[in-house]
Design a binder for this molecule. Structure first.
Ligand SMILES: [Zn+2]
Ligand SMILES: [Zn+2]
Length: 270
């Protein structure tokens, strides 16, 4: 594949979510922390850009095809690769492979906001709970969560795909159990939810959820499919899944590298 002959890999791409990184805190070997790729109709958007994400992303699309990054918050496991992605944007623009600066969205409630822009190659923009951001066919909304550093859940709508009243996807970012998350996720097709803790740790670590709390959130919100992510580096993940499933009573899965889900007309793609 040469730069000049490479066609936009996102052109005509069905609306989808691909898990790039699913670890909390630090990446497992050869894997990545929080990073999720949304693609549809020529657009590619990342939600979070954690440690190890860029190496994995390049196996499925060139970095110059990433239009925007939306950050839930500024903890390192969600932003560690952003600086390198900004450098990639510089090199790609200088070489003519990227036409527009990388758009980077984050809230303005922490100092991390000031690192979103990089010369003329990356343009940082603030969001808050009242914002609606349109990128390609995607529409993004935000809700404040429960975390030591301000963190937002990200809601995604696909006009013409989602029903009017529900989102195609809600990504929790990092949060403790939250009534706001239940309401924000109401009726969503997919809840991509941080599941940092086994039930034995329920309520013991502020700002993160146990598997049972995740399942209860999914059940109360009436979502269709639960994907547990931001997984811990101890214990047996199958136990997380069984604890979440027991509380949810619906379709639940553990996130894994390159897991891909169709959005809109829902289907597991891989
Ligand atoms: Zn995190
Ligand atoms: Zn965090």
């Amino acid at each position: 594949m040469t730069d000049k002959t490479h066609a936009n890999a996102n052109a005509g791409h069905p609306a989808s979510l691909t898990v790039i990184g699913h670890w909390g805190a630090y990446p497992g070997p050869g894997e990545a922390t929080s990073c999720y790729l949304l693609r549809a109709e020529g657009s590619a958007v990342l939600m979070d850009c954690g440690s190890g994400a860029l190496a994995l992303l390049q196996r499925i699309l060139p970095l110059h095809e990433i239009d925007a990054v939306i950050l839930s918050h500024y903890h390192s496991d969600h932003v560690a690769d952003l600086g390198c992605l900004q450098y990639a944007a510089r090199i790609d623009m200088d070489l003519g492979r990227r036409k527009k600066p990388l758009a980077v969205y984050g809230h303005k409630e922490s100092a991390g906001f000031h690192k979103l822009s990089y010369l003329e190659y990356a343009k940082g923009e603030g969001y808050d709970a009242s914002c609606k951001i349109e990128i390609g066919p995607f529409s993004f909304e935000f809700a404040p969560m429960v975390h030591p550093d301000p963190s937002y859940a990200i809601g995604v709508r696909l006009p013409g795909h989602s029903t009017v009243d529900s989102k195609a996807l809600v990504y929790s970012g990092d949060t403790g159990a939250s009534e706001t998350l239940v309401e924000f996720s109401r009726g969503a097709q997919i809840l991509l939810c941080e599941t940092s803790l086994y039930d034995a740790y329920r309520g013991k670590i502020f700002g993160h959820m146990s598997a049972g709390e995740v399942g209860e959130t999914a059940k109360r919100a009436g979502i269709s499919t639960l994907v547990a992510t931001h997984l811990p580096h101890f214990g047996v993940h199958a136990d997380l899944l069984s604890q979440a499933t027991q509380a949810f009573g619906g379709d639940a899965r553990l996130a894994s590298t390159y897991m891909t889900l169709g959005l809109g007309s829902f289907q597991w793609m891989s």
